[in-house]
Write a protein that binds this ligand. Structure first.
Ligand code: ADQ
Length: 465
């Protein structure tokens, strides 16, 4: 088997991946059993940046990292990746910074990542590149002569053509993706949007899972990312820390039903709309007052980006408003914690919550929805209320699917979830869990890598018409 080289913006943290969000969680799971080289930014900002990789072994894994200079970090990471691509790909053109300086910095850092990795590569390596930070990486590496098999997986949505074309560099960005041999997206809809761009904007053509454009071809498929469903389920049921958290939560709740939201603090996650929907539940259904308790956990991420600071203030205000309006001396309707929770404790919290409320305005997949289901007690499972705009909704039709912009609709779904009968909850949970186990993170990884292994090596491909 050829060595696997995974390239992503951040490498690790191997032990506490949840702090770094969904991508890190998924990659640690994917690499744990197979081993290989994991390469990317060290997370450090050093005055002169770095031009060589620091290499270290952690168990079966070799980690290789490179530092960024303050300017590189500002233009590539805070700038183009997080102030342009992130909002743009989540349909927030109103928040997108169209700044050429950011784009140029992004290209420079993608080229630097390629240059630093090149001497560490072996001729028969399989290279798997991840996410929107590295759209141009494959193109840069190919221009330096690399002919290894190379695939790319996008963790966030691929936007509609009309949205993507608002970015002045859309053509170069998509052209760069044709340096890869396989392109993986989260859902079939993402693939459709990519094909639509290629055919209608760039004059290419699509034939089955092959897409031809710019004198090259690439294989395109949806690989919905999964979690280690059985492992997480076991943790929720039997782990000591998870049990402790479960018991503590239950004791604090008494007869009340807990509704839980868990997110990175991000404007794509629909947290303000969710709080408004909860408030609407209390307003429209007086029987819910004192009978429920909403816990929203939102860990700060990308704290140096301005939009994220503004969001923190907005949420503090909204939470205060709900508690001020509906709170009683002995009942706090909403508890809002602005911090990360350790993974095992989180499993216990999910299990102690009778409703999982996952309502992003746009999300590539959303692993929280999957973790919530996996953590439930199959004898007495809770109900997942899930946004139709999360990629996960495609695989989880047995959840209560909602439109997060429809505040009243979400409030009604919460009320339905509160009263859902045990046999229906069990039935829905069984179907959801069976799919989670079948389409878990190992399946995602193997599926992608099998497809990549099956394509002819890039060097041997005749230029396709
Ligand atoms: P994220 O946007 O980070 O991921 P998500 O898929 O929900 O979103 O993953 C978040 C992960 O971080 C989960 O494992 C969750 O448990 C953990 N997490 C979130 N908040 C936490 C908190 N307060 N404390 C502890 N842990 C917390 C990106 C894309 C998603 C895609 C993933 C994987 O935006 O659409 O599903 O990558 O591809």
């Amino acid at each position: 088997m050829s060595r696997l080289v995974v390239v992503s913006n951040r490498v690790g943290p191997v032990k506490d991946a949840a702090r770094a969000g969904g991508l890190a969680v998924a990659l640690v799971e994917a690499l744990k059993s197979r081993g290989g080289l994991w390469y990317g930014w060290s997370g450090k900002i050093e005055a002169r940046g770095g031009d060589t990789a620091k290499v270290e072994d952690v168990g079966q894994l070799t980690l290789a990292t490179v530092d960024l200079s303050p300017e590189e970090h500002e233009e590539y990471y805070n700038g183009f990746a997080n102030r342009c691509l992130w909002p743009l790909f989540h349909y927030r053109t109103d928040l997108t910074a169209f700044d050429r300086r950011y784009y140029e910095g992004y290209r420079r850092v993608n080229a630097k990542f390629a240059r630093v990795l090149l001497p560490l590569l072996r001729p028969d390596d399989t290279i798997w590149v991840h996410d929107y930070h590295l759209l141009a990486f494959g193109d840069e590496l190919r221009q330096m002569g690399a002919s290894q098999r190379m695939g790319f997986f996008l963790h966030i949505p691929f936007p509609a053509r009309e949205v993507l074309t608002t970015e002045p560099h859309h053509d170069t960005m998509v052209r760069g993706l044709f340096a890869y041999d396989v392109l993986g997206f989260q859902t079939e809809q993402d693939c459709e949007r990519f094909r639509d761009y290629v055919v209608r904007e760039a004059g290419g053509r699509a034939d089955g899972d092959k897409v031809y454009c710019f004198g090259r071809s690439v294989r395109l498929r949806a690989f919905p990312i999964g979690i280690d469903a059985e492992g997480f389920s076991r943790i929720a049921a039997t782990d000591k820390d998870a049990r402790r958290q479960f018991e503590k939560a239950k004791a604090g709740l008494g007869d009340r039903m807990q509704i839980l939201g868990v997110d990175r603090l991000d404007y794509t996650k629909g947290i303000p709309e969710r709080i408004r929907a909860y408030e609407r539940l209390l307003e429209d259904y007086p029987d819910a007052r004192r009978a429920v308790s909403f816990l929203q956990i939102a860990a700060t991420s990308r704290g140096d980006v301005q939009e994220y600071q503004a969001m923190r203030e907005e949420l503090d205000g909204l939470a205060g408003h709900v508690n001020g309006t509906y709170g009683e001396f002995d009942w706090t309707p909403l508890r809002y914690l602005n911090r990360p929770v350790a993974r095992r404790a989180l499993a216990g919290l999910y299990r102690a919550s009778k409703i999982g409320l996952v309502t992003p305005l746009r999300d590539g997949m959303n692993l929280v929805a999957k973790e919530y289901v996996a953590a439930q007690d199959s004898e007495d499972p809770g109900v997942l209320v899930l946004s139709r705009f999360a990629g996960a909704a495609q695989q989880m039709p047995e959840a209560l699917i909602v439109n997060p912009y429809d505040i009243k609709g979400v409030a009604d779904a919460l009320q339905i979830a509160r009263y859902m009968r045990l046999d229906e909850r069990r039935e829905r949970h069984k179907a959801l869990m069976a799919r989670l186990v079948r389409e878990d993170v190992a399946h995602w990884r193997d599926d992608f890598l099998d497809m990549l292994a099956a394509v002819p090596r890039h060097a041997d491909v005749a230029v396709a018409s």
